[in-house]
Structure formats: C-alpha cells, structure tokens
Design a protein. Structure first.
Length: 174
C-alpha cells in the first residue's frame, strides 16, 4: 500500500488504477486490492476513475516529525538562526539517493520562496543540500549512494560524472 501512496508526487496529483499499476510496476489486480483498501482506510479518495491522496497521509509523516521533535525542538532553533541570518533555513534528511525536507524556518516577511515544502524530495547528487548530507555522513555510504544513484540532467549544468560528484562531496567534508 505504501508503494501506491509513493506513486503520488509533485507532478502526479491523481491517478487511475492502470496508472497506479504502471507507477508501482505491479499487476492491476494487486494494485486494485491495495487502492480499494487505501480508500476504505481513508488514505485515498475516489472521484470518477481517479484516485487522490487525502490529508490522512500526513498522519504517517506526523509520527516521524513528532518522534524526532521537529516541531518542539528543531523548528524554534531553525527560526532563531533564520532570524539571525535574515535568510530562510531548511533541514533535510537522507533517504536513499534523495534528500527529503523535514523542516523549514518561518521567517516573517521572507520575499523568496523556493517552492519546496515538508516532504519535498530532491536528488542528492545534484543539490548542495544533498551533497552536504553526504559530506556530513559516513564516507562509505556517500560513495555507495553516488555509485548507485540515477544520474540524469536537471539543468544543462548538471554534473553527471560520479567521480567529480564524489570529489566535491569529499571537498565539502574536509
């Protein structure tokens, strides 16, 4: 069921059953059982042939956020440093070869927004945030992630050379 929920992303607000099957790589019968269950449990809602996430899915993330004291401890720290620096601050966690936003400062009067929200996913090898997460962690893990991640261009300047990305991560770590 979680794989079905993961099929919804920034560009996919609703899916038909066949689209869900393609997105998950599973057969239609299996996906149908999962989708029907997710509708019954309130995680998906049906409109015609389309299915969409409901706010109930946020409860799944809420357990992680509360368990890691993001709202009670981390958020006030981000807000304080953001005010001191007069810039927005984001916090992300490494999830495989992506960085997932888990918190953002709330700076009053901020004039710039990157459009990312909690739960937004960014490719680790192509972002400063992702490279910093790799640099601050286990060097062997960084190498494994870079060696195995999908490298596709997001801009004409995207670096697709694994050795160059690893070198940059090591430079950051030093």
């Amino acid at each position: 069921g979680l794989k079905v929920l993961e099929a919804f992303d920034d560009s996919t607000r609703s899916l038909t059953m066949p689209e869900s099957a393609v997105a998950t790589g599973w057969d239609r019968a299996s996906v149908r059982r999962l989708v029907v269950t997710l509708v019954h449990l309130g995680y998906l809602e049906k409109s015609g042939r389309l299915f969409a996430l409901t706010p109930r899915v946020l409860g799944l993330a809420g357990g992680y956020l509360r368990g890691n004291r993001i709202g009670a401890v981390v958020q006030p720290i981000l807000n304080r440093f953001s005010a001191d620096l007069d810039h927005e601050i984001s916090l992300a966690a490494l999830d495989g070869d992506t960085a997932i936003y888990v918190a953002q400062s709330s700076l009053r009067g901020a004039t710039v927004s990157f459009g990312f929200t909690i739960g937004s996913r960014l490719p680790v090898p192509h972002t400063a945030l992702g490279r910093m997460l790799l640099a601050c962690g286990d060097p062997d893990r960084a190498r494994r992630v870079i060696d195995s991640c999908e490298l596709r261009p997001h801009t004409p300047q995207s670096v697709l050379d694994r050795a160059r990305i690893l070198s940059e991560v090591r430079r950051i770590a030093d």
